[in-house]
Ligand binder design. Sequence first.
Ligand code: PLP
Ligand code: TYF
Length: 396
Amino acid sequence: KFNQLVREEPDPIVKTMSLYAQDPSPNKVDVSIGVYKSESGGPYLFPCVAEAKKILAANDPGHNYTNMQGIPEFLEGARRAAFGEKYASEGKLASLQTISGTGALHMAFLFLREAGYTNYYLGVPSWSNYVSMVEHVGGKVTTFNHYREDTKDVDFDSVVATLESAPADSVFIFQTCCHNPTGADYTQEQWTKIAELVKQRSIIPLLDTAYQGFSSGDKEKDAWAIRHFYELGIEFVVSQSFSKNLGLYGERVGAMHAVVQDKEFVPNAQSTLVALFRSECSFAPAFGARVASIVFQSPELQKVWREDVANITKRLKSVRQKVLERLTKLQTPGTWDNVIKQEGLFWYSGLTPAQNDRLISKHSVYSTSIGRVNIAGLSDANINYFCDAVDEVVRA
Ligand code: PLP
Ligand code: TYF
C-alpha cells in the first residue's frame, strides 16, 4: 500500500546545492556538488564539445532508436579513452553504453551478480551512492579505511590488510583518480601492489573512472591503473563517466567495460550486458554520446580536448595553491597543506559538521557536511572570502 511508504531523506549534496540556489546573499559561494566551473564561476562548456555540437547540428541524425549495446563510434572511443589504442582493439572487452557513470556502476553491479559476484569491499569515506547502489541489487558491502585523518592521505595499510584477508571472488571498488571525496589517490607503486594482491587472491576489481584527466592533467596518465590491471591479465570491470571530463553531466554519457581474459567468452559477456540493459533501459540516450563520438573521432577535437583537460587541471592546482597561501597568511590554526597534495576537484578539508554548518549560516559558503570542498567553485573573485570564512569558523 502506498501509505506504507516511508519518507526518504534527499541526497545531502543535492540538498546543499538547492539551499545555495535559494540563498539571496551576493557573497554566496558554492563548493558543494562536484561539477567543474570556469574562472568566472559559471558552468564550463568544453570548447571541444561546443565545436562537436555545431558539427552534430549540421549533420542532424534524427531521433530514431540507436543500438542496444550503444552507439558503436561512442563505444570505440570510450574504450580507447580508458584502455588506450592498443588494448582497446585486442578483442578482450565487452562494452555497453550506459546512463552515465551511475548507470555504468549499476550495470557493473548487475553484470557481476550475473557472473556470481555479490560480495563487495569499499574504502571509506567514499562517494555516497555506492553502498545503496550495491545493496539495491542485493549485494553486500564491507568497508575498510581509505583515508587517514592524521596523515591526510591514503590509508594504504588498511587497503593491503583488507586485500590480504578478503575472501576470494570479492569485488573491490576502487576509484582510479581524483578520489571522491578525499582527493587522496594511490601512487603507481601502490597500484602495483594492489594489482599484485588482486591477482594473487582472486579478487575482482571494479575501477570507477569519473574524473579521468583531472588528476595529472593528462587523460592517458590518469588511466594508468586500468592499463596496468589489463597488462597483468586480470579480469575486471570499468565504469566510466564523461560527466566531468567532457562537462556533459545532464546528458548522461558513460560506458561500462568488462575485461574478459578468454576471448572466446567475450560474446557471452557482451550479450549478457545487452540482455541486462534491455530489461533496464533498452537504449541509452543518444545526444551526448553523439557529441562525445565526434570528439573521439576527430584528431583536431581530440587535441582541443587534451588542452581543455590540461587547462582545467592547471586552474584547479592554482586555486589550491592560493587557498594554502591565504590560510597561511591568516595563520589559521591547523595544518592545511593537504589542499595542495590532494588531486582533482575535491579537497577534504577536515572541517567538522558544526564548522560546515557555520560556514553556511554565517558566511553563505556551501561546502558539504563531511568537509568536502569542490575546489572548482573557487576563483580569484572569492578565494579570499572563502578562506576568511574558513578562518572564522576554525577560530569560533
Ligand atoms: N563515481 C564517482 C566517483 C563520482 O564522483 C560520480 C559523480 O559524479 C559518479 C561515479 C557518477 O557519475 P555520473 O554523474 O556520470 O553518473
Ligand atoms: O559527488 C558529487 O558531487 C558528484 C555528483 O547523488 C553527484 O559525484 C552527487 C550526488 C549524487 C550524484 C552525483
